[in-house]
Structure formats: C-alpha cells, structure tokens
Design a protein around this ligand. Sequence first.
Ligand SMILES: C[S@@+](CC[C@H](N)C(=O)[O-])C[C@H]1O[C@@H](n2cnc3c(N)ncnc32)[C@H](O)[C@@H]1O
Length: 198
Amino acid sequence: MYSYFYRLFQSLILKRSFNEDLIKLIKQHNVQDIIDIGSADSPLLEYIGDEYSYHGYELDPYFTNKLNLKYKDSKKFNFYNKGVDDIDFERFNPDNSIIVLVGLFHHIDDIQVKRFIDKTKRFKVFAIDAVKIDGQKNITKLLMALDRGNFIRKIDNYKKLLIDFNFCVAKNRYLRLPYDHLVSTRNIDKDIVIKFFS
Ligand SMILES: C[S@@+](CC[C@H](N)C(=O)[O-])C[C@H]1O[C@@H](n2cnc3c(N)ncnc32)[C@H](O)[C@@H]1O
C-alpha cells in the first residue's frame, strides 16, 4: 500500500528519474555488482539487464517479499530483507562493485552513517538525498517536512559527516517543484558526477 501511494505521488511530481543519470554513471565504470541499499521496489532494475548482478537490501519486508517472488527465476537479481547495519560487505569485491544509496542517508542517523562509511572505505559509493539549503522556498520546506525520512540534513552537516566524499548539488533537477538533492560520492571521478548530475 505504501509502495503504491509513494510511487503514485512520485510519478506526479517527478520530472526525471535519478536512475536515468545513475545508470550512465555506472556504465562509465567496471561494475559487476550493484549493491542497492534502501532499495524499496528497486526502480533501478528498469534500467539494467543481466550484465550486472544486483543486490537490493531493504528493511521493509513488503518490498523484498514481492521482488523475491517476481524475480524468483533470476540468478542475477537478489533481494535481502536486511538493514544497512547488517550487510556483510566482505562478500563483495570493492574493485568491481558500486554501492548505491538513493534516499537512504536521510533515513538513518549519524551513528549509522558513520558505521556504514567506515565499513565501505574501498568501495565506490553513490548517494543522493534531499538537502536543506538556506533560502529554500516554503514549498520545498513543506515537501521535506512530508518526507518519511527523519534525517534530511543541512548541506554542511552532510559534508561534516561524509568524510572523503565529493559533493554536487542537483538543483531543481528531478522534481516539477523546487527541490534540491545532494549527490555524495566516494571513489568516483568528480567530473563524471558533475557531468551527469548538475
Ligand atoms: C526514500 S526510500 C528510497 C527508495 C528507493 N531507493 C528508490 O530509489 O526509490 C528509502 C528506503 O530506505 C529504507 N530504509 C530505511 N531505513 C533503512 C535501513 N536502516 N536499512 C535499509 N533500508 C532502510 C526504507 O524502508 C525505504 O524503502
């Protein structure tokens, strides 16, 4: 039910999908495993074929049960009902994996973020989240207040927290309403990020 209303609302206000840009970035790298954390109903799958192994980690079993059923015959697409704290990253090779966090950081607290970045130092990490910036319009503030994530941070707070990351603000790029996203990346060429996300 949540999924249905979330996607309906998103389709009404979405101008373009994050995943259109994300897949271009992924294609620029030697990637075999895509590790998608906070994957919900895994919209990224619409953009990839079986050239990648996909691992979706999601806390809400509604999504993982549904996707495990839908892709039960696929060896390449895997779904785990696990939170970010419980993922064993050692099973992946950082040289040919990318970790994707579309809207996860604003759902987890600072301690969880720090634990995650400590465990994944050698991985390519791509994250995109709503961000508070001084001077944003009231409609932007309202949309952020309606978000189910409790940790939409100010830009400086993301920057303090995400050590060794690069940042790029995607200003009014994805929604039909004024809204900013912060793209935070680690071990990914800054110029490639700017090319696809600004
Ligand atoms: C904004 S939604 C992002 C959905 C999806 N990534 C997309 O591209 O549409 C954030 C998702 O993170 C999940 N989530 C929240 N806390 C989590 C945690 N600690 N570990 C894993 N997933 C979590 C939520 O259940 C929710 O589905």
